[in-house]
Design a protein around this ligand. Structure first.
Ligand code: GLC
Length: 418
């Protein structure tokens, strides 16, 4: 039998196209996705550093003039996915979507630079990437931190990467669905409907998209006009960590990004206000409708990844996390099974996802070594038993969604060799 490591490498190589890699080769996602590519690059760094750098370079080629890196780049004219380039009608150099995704790429770049002995040419290429990432992070603070509190808003659930998380339920309920909305979903041709978002979610996704298109994706306009505007804990945790990591990796290249340090101080100060002692938890905030979103989702625990300097709060979060999926064979579910919104097999509303485990693992390493090792070993075991799928059932490890899923393979390599 083939070693899991070899299978992981094959998944990545088979999903690779010219200069970028698909999230899976089963037709569900026929394009390049922002945070998928970052995870994928990390996977490549364990066996082909040039593929890793190329993956990042290709993604960055799609950066908009204002600094945003889109959540999808459509490299060819494939129209089998919806919404495709014809729906979005935008892009710079490469047709793209008009929104972004979590900027995990900065953390990944730091990891790749830290762990590899890059030659001069590779260092030069990385330096170019890093400078563009500075522009990307500046974009978040310039356009998405409208109240100048150091926290950024997402204006579409797709930006979170956790498309149908129940965190978005109440803000989405208030989105006024466009009349006579017409579109044809393609995801249901290749995936089971009980594992995918609902029609009512898609109606809202497309309504929001159409509004942004009407505003020509003007970044100042769409953030103010969007019917969906959430200050999400998971997303902001990734932004803070990305900012810290970018400052650090910049130093290796004599790049001075110290202006970002003030942002971090402000972000941390603001973020802490979303910690609620009663539930021992952080909660996302519906900025549009002014209310706290009290769903016990795993992305609230991404706060550990942000590395806030507050030991007391970190410990409380960790002790709560220990109870989240206690006595379960497979964890972490994307939503706490005790939460009323939990759905065992529906996408981001319950199943176990490898990238969320990886983010939590990174957050635990320097805070609770034993717990982090447990999580790492459980995740490796799941992947060794079941191979590389999009998500998994927490009760029996059943494979859900797409197979040959790139980030599951890539993050396996990172967990295995770290
Ligand atoms: C889905 C996921 C998102 C991912 C994309 C491609 O939209 O929710 O996180 O980036 O698929 O895998």
């Amino acid at each position: 039998m083939k070693e899991t490591v070899e299978i992981a490498k094959e998944v990545l190589k088979n999903n690779r196209r010219s200069g970028y890699t698909l999230p899976t080769n089963n037709k569900l996602y026929p394009a390049q996705w922002n945070w998928d590519s970052a995870f994928i690059a990390l996977g490549y760094s364990y066996f082909n550093i040039d593929y890793a750098i190329k993956e990042l370079e290709t993604l960055i080629t799609g950066q908009w003039d204002d600094g945003m890196i889109p959540h999808i780049l459509f490299h060819d004219n494939d129209e089998s996915y919806f919404p495709n380039h014809k729906t979005w009608e935008c892009g710079n150099k490469i047709p793209s979507s008009g929104i972004t995704q979590p900027p995990i790429i900065a953390t990944i770049v730091k990891k790749i630079v830290d762990k590899n002995k890059l030659n001069q040419g590779q260092m030069k290429r990385m330096e170019i990437i890093i400078k563009k990432l500075k522009k990307y992070l500046d974009w978040f603070f310039n356009y998405r931190d409208t109240n100048k509190i150091g926290l950024v808003s997402i204006i579409h659930p797709w930006e979170s990467g956790l498309d149908n998380s129940p965190i978005w339920d109440s803000p989405l309920d208030k989105v006024k669905i466009e009349e006579n909305l017409k579109y044809e979903r393609r995801d249901l041709n290749v995936s089971k409907s009980e594992n995918r978002p609902l029609k009512k979610d898609y109606d809202a996704y497309i309504t929001l998209l159409n509004q942004f298109k009407k505003d020509k994706y003007n970044p100042s306009k769409i953030v103010n006009e969007s019917m969906f505007n959430v200050i999400d804990i998971g997303f902001n945790s990734i932004v803070i960590r990305a900012t810290k990591d970018l400052i650090e990796v910049g130093k290796r290249f004599n790049l001075n990004f110290s202006d970002l340090e003030n942002k971090i101080a402000l972000s941390e100060e603001s973020l802490i206000k979303f910690y609620k002692e009663e539930e021992q938890s952080f909660f996302s905030y519906d900025f549009k409708n002014h209310n706290l979103i009290k769903v016990d989702a795993i992305s609230n625990y991404f706060i550990l990844f942000a590395d806030l300097g507050n030991k007391e709060i970190n410990n409380k979060i960790i002790s709560k996390l220990k109870k989240y999926n206690s006595q379960r064979e497979y964890f972490f579910t994307t939503v706490n099974p005790k939460d009323k919104t939990f759905e065992e097999t529906r996408y981001w509303r319950g199943p176990v996802w490898i990238n969320s485990n990886w983010i939590i693992y990174q957050g635990l390493i320097n805070k609770d070594k034993n717990f982090s090792e447990l999580l790492k070993n459980k995740t490796l075991e799941l992947l060794e038993n079941k191979n590389f799928h999009e998500y998994y059932n927490f009760k029996n490890g059943d494979c859900l969604g797409a197979n040959n899923f790139s980030w599951s393979a890539a993050l396996y390599l990172d967990l295995k060799f770290n």
